[in-house]
Design a protein around this ligand. Structure first.
Ligand SMILES: *[C@@H]1O[C@H](CO)[C@@H](O)[C@H](O)[C@H]1NC(C)=O
Ligand SMILES: *[C@@H]1O[C@H](CO)[C@@H](O)[C@H](O)[C@H]1NC(C)=O
Length: 404
């Protein structure tokens, strides 16, 4: 019996070696499909034609080449799977620019400029720049109050929807109309060494939005933008954020959760070795009144603030429009949040602000070696708690308002 098993495994090894030996890479260059790359011609039809072949190819890895030294103008486009290859490798060496008029966005169903949907094994790698040319959207008077179906709603630059096993690295995104990069319902992804850049005053230009996704890592990247550098929202779990340099921007946020009374869940988030410079908030958990669900097992570790406005914040009364928000009896439960090895300076006096819901509250908040100083001469920083439970050690400003 044992012998048979051994033979069986040997056979397996030989078979997989054969498979590796036979694995093929097939390459498809957008230029061979009529893409021009002059920054003026709409290259979307050519990209879609190339994509069709990439996605139909049965080789182990299928490459889409976007060559260097060219700039491709793309109208809203979605690269859809499932594809036949195990890996879809997009070599992003050239640059991509967005249209300059809103009318060219008609047909953008996912409210995204460039979408990737239902793709397994997607790899996007390259030093190309993706320019969302967002400024025409930023000036709209309706911004911040978008209604669906109107041209008012700015598109995200890149959206990955239902992608499994993906890697994104190396590229640069500038000036998106809305968020730089959005993940929805994705699993097992690594984002690394990217740069996301937009002016600090550009509205709603989040760096990376993660929602309904699991097992995602964001590593060693620079994000300087107008809204959250990274926002982790409903339905996300096992999220690792490491080595992020953020600022300008609104910091690294969990939420907002509980919009429209929904039951939202975020758990197992680990934010580590990040530097936040002159951000509106530093590390923040924001939930709206009403709704159920929880945010739990969240760790912020080795974080450095340089002149952050509100370095550490839990806001269970998060509200975009003060006119319509009211306090409810329900809220998202926040628990098991650890702040460890944090240092830096604050531009406002409420350096640690733990504003938890009256009924639900926050439990097991752990502070250890957290030191936030004032960035402003003569201003004294302090800690604030409202129904916050937990314990603190080696923390300044002194955190004696935590309840047992
Ligand atoms: C921390 O992050 C920076 C990038 O912000 C990186 O250069 C450095 O190697 C990281 N250090 C550790 C210990 O991971
Ligand atoms: C909700 O309750 C909080 C905490 O008691 C309070 O600070 C806030 O003003 C209330 N908000 C409204 C809209 O009543």
């Amino acid at each position: 019996m044992f012998h048979t098993m051994e033979c069986f495994f040997k056979l397996l090894v030989i078979m997989s070696m054969l498979k590796l030996g036979l694995s093929i890479t097939t390459t498809f260059n957008v230029l061979h499909y009529g893409a021009v790359g002059d920054g003026k011609t709409n290259d979307s039809p050519a990209f879609l034609k190339a994509w069709k072949d990439v996605c139909q190819s049965k080789s182990t890895t299928s490459h889409l080449i976007i060559p260097a030294a060219k700039t491709f103008l793309l109208r809203p486009i979605t690269f859809s799977g499932p594809c036949k290859s195990n890996y879809i490798y997009i070599e992003l060496s050239g640059n991509i620019v967005a249209p300059q008029t809103k009318s060219e966005y008609s047909g953008s169903h996912l409210n995204t400029w460039i979408g990737f949907s239902f793709i397994n094994g997607l790899i996007i790698n390259g030093k190309g720049t993706i320019d969302g040319r967002g400024s025409m959207w930023w000036k709209q008077p309706c911004i911040g109050n978008p209604s669906p179906g109107t041209t008012c709603r700015p598109p995200t630059a890149i959206t990955l929807n239902r992608c499994y096993r993906f890697q994104i690295k190396g590229y640069k995104s500038i000036n998106p109309a809305r968020s730089h990069l959005t993940l929805t319902s994705c699993k097992k992804g690594i984002i690394s060494n990217i740069r996301l850049i937009a002016p600090g005053e550009s509205p709603n230009t989040d760096g990376i939005d993660i929602s309904s996704s699991r097992d995602i890592q964001v590593l060693n990247s620079f994000i300087g933008t107008g809204d959250d550098c990274i926002a982790i929202s409903a339905g996300s779990s096992v999220i690792k954020i490491t080595g992020i340099t953020c600022g300008p921007g609104h910091g690294i946020s969990i939420g907002s959760l509980g919009a429209r009374g929904e039951s939202d869940i975020v758990e197992d988030v680990h934010v580590k070795n990040c530097t936040l410079t002159e951000t509106l908030t530093g590390v923040r958990i924001k939930t709206k009144q009403g709704g159920g669900g929880f945010a739990r097992r969240i760790t912020f570790e080795n974080i450095r603030f340089i002149r952050a406005h509100n370095p550490i914040m839990i806001d269970q009364f998060y509200c975009v429009n003060q006119m319509v928000c009211k306090n409810e009896t329900k809220a998202i439960k926040i628990s098991d949040v650890t702040y460890r090895g944090i240092s830096g300076t604050s531009l406002t006096d409420k350096a640690i602000n733990l504003n938890c819901d009256q009924n639900v509250g926050c439990s097991n908040l752990v502070f250890d070696r957290v030191y936030v100083r004032s960035a402003v001469p003569k201003m004294k920083v302090f800690s604030f708690c409202h129904n916050a439970h937990g314990r603190a050690s080696h923390t300044k400003p002194i955190l004696n308002c935590l309840l047992k």
